[in-house]
Each structure stands twice: as structure tokens, then as C-alpha cells.
Design a protein around this ligand. Structure first.
Ligand SMILES: [Zn+2]
Length: 255
């Protein structure tokens, strides 16, 4: 057994036994990893904030090759976002982003660019006035990183540029224009809500630009939430699980 050190972002945690806390982190060097904090709930020395979703922490732990979880020896907090606790809307977006990472990644699968993407997204989310825009941006980049983002410029059926309302086919996320949708020529399309034309522009901006370079005010939050809704349905369909946190940010779509 050796003692190792890593940096990770807390994804989710739960209590185990009387005082232990088990926390999944997305680490810089090993991807998703499960850590056990022995006695943390009763500890006066150590703070619970290391295990709060979104916290960035440096973790020293006992490493054993044959174990699925690792016992923490020491932890120090690198970044704790107290600003989230005052903003319910941002907390919900944070949970959604973290759940997307947790559920689309396996244990021990190193992906440093995803680590960097996630850490940057949380930082931006803590400051932005456009949390929905950030969530849509993040989700698109996450899917791109996983190699499942298709060509987004043209209609999957007629091959023309999207110039009016459209949908994204939930099978492969490729756009289908309103005309082809109405026409039904390409066979049934498993699409979700109709998206405004602005969203194809936004999606393409997210694909190639930095978030800070996008003129976010051009895009209506309602449109962006429809886009997130579509991504959620796609991911649930693709990975065969349910995104529990989607109902918090998309509640209006479930009434
Ligand atoms: Zn078309």
C-alpha cells in the first residue's frame, strides 16, 4: 500500500455507517474515483466542505490496486464556492453539470481535458449571470469530448443549412429542419421540442468559441433551456440512465 496525492472535484457524496462519508471525485490523474472519509461527520478537525459538490480539494490517500474505493488520509480545500449556497438556481445548474460528468464517465478513466473543462465551468458558473447558457455550453463540450457530437450545421435529412425552427434527433443529436419535420419524408424523427433558429447558431458558437467570447445576451434563456432539455433526453436515451437533476432546472417542461 502506498500513499498518493491528487486533486479532484467533488461530484457527489453520501453518508456511510455512523460517521463515514463516501465521496466521488473527478480527479486530474485518474478520472472518477471513490474516496472514503473515515469519521468525517464526527470530526472536529476536518471540515465537511471537502465533500460538498463542486468543491476542489487536494487529497492524500492510501492507494491499493485491488480496491474500488480509497481511504483518505488528509485533505485540503483548494477552492470552495460559498457563493453557490445563496443562489438556488446556480446550485441546480451545478448539480446538473456534476451529474452529467458522474454518469458519463467510468472509474479510473483518466481525462485531463474533462477535468479542466469541469473546473473552468464551475468557476464560470459561480460568476455568470447566464447559468443556463453555461450549462448548455458545458453539456455540448462534454458530449464533444466523449466523441458523440455530430455535424451540427446542416439538416440530417435534406442536407440544407438550418434557417428556421428545427429539432435535434434524439438518436444521434443531428439537426432536422422544420420543413423535413413537417414533411415526414425522412421517416419518423425522434425529436424533442422545436428549437428556435437561434439555437443552431448558439450550438455552433459553443462548438468553436470560448464561452467568454460568445454574446450571450443574444440568446433567450427559454430557448437555451429547451436546448438543455433536448441534450438531457439524448443523454438518457444514449446512456440508458435518468438525469435526476434535470427536473430542477427544467421544471416548467414537466408540468
Ligand atoms: Zn431538412
Amino acid at each position: 500500500m502506498e500513499i498518493l496525492k491528487t486533486t479532484g472535484i467533488a461530484l457527489s457524496s453520501h453518508v456511510s455507517g455512523e460517521a463515514d462519508i463516501i465521496c466521488n471525485y473527478y480527479t486530474i490523474d485518474s478520472g472518477k474515483r471513490k474516496f472514503v472519509f473515515k469519521g468525517l461527520r464526527k470530526s472536529r478537525k476536518r471540515s465537511l466542505s471537502a465533500t460538498e459538490p463542486g468543491t476542489v480539494a487536494n487529497i492524500v490517500y492510501y492507494h491499493r490496486e485491488d480496491r474500488g474505493s480509497f481511504i483518505v488520509n488528509d485533505v485540503s480545500i483548494e477552492k470552495y464556492y460559498s457563493s453557490f449556497s445563496a443562489d438556488l438556481k446556480k446550485i441546480f445548474h451545478l448539480y446538473f453539470i456534476l451529474e452529467c460528468v458522474e454518469k458519463t464517465t467510468g472509474y479510473e478513466a483518466r481525462d485531463e481535458s474533462l477535468f479542466r473543462l469541469l473546473i473552468a465551468a464551475i468557476e464560470v458558473l459561480s460568476k455568470t449571470n447566464y447559468p443556463a447558457h453555461l450549462t448548455a455550453f458545458f453539456t455540448l463540450r462534454l458530449l464533444k469530448g466523449h466523441g458523440i457530437l455530430p455535424d451540427l450545421a446542416t439538416c440530417k435529412i435534406c442536407g440544407k443549412k438550418i434557417s428556421s425552427q428545427f429539432t435535434l434527433d434524439l438518436i444521434d443529436l443531428r439537426p432536422v429542419c422544420g420543413i423535413c419535420l413537417a414533411d415526414d419524408r425522412g421517416g419518423p424523427v425522434q425529436g424533442s421540442a422545436l428549437l428556435s433558429r437561434d439555437m443552431i447558431v448558439y450550438v455552433n458558437e459553443c462548438n468553436v468559441k470560448k464561452f467568454s467570447m460568445i454574446d450571450l445576451g443574444r440568446y433567450q434563456e427559454e430557448d437555451v433551456l429547451n436546448l438543455i432539455f433536448t441534450y438531457s433526453l439524448f443523454m438518457e436515451n444514449y446512456f440508458h440512465w435518468e438525469l435526476k437533476s434535470k427536473s430542477f432546472i427544467l421544471s416548467a417542461r414537466y408540468r
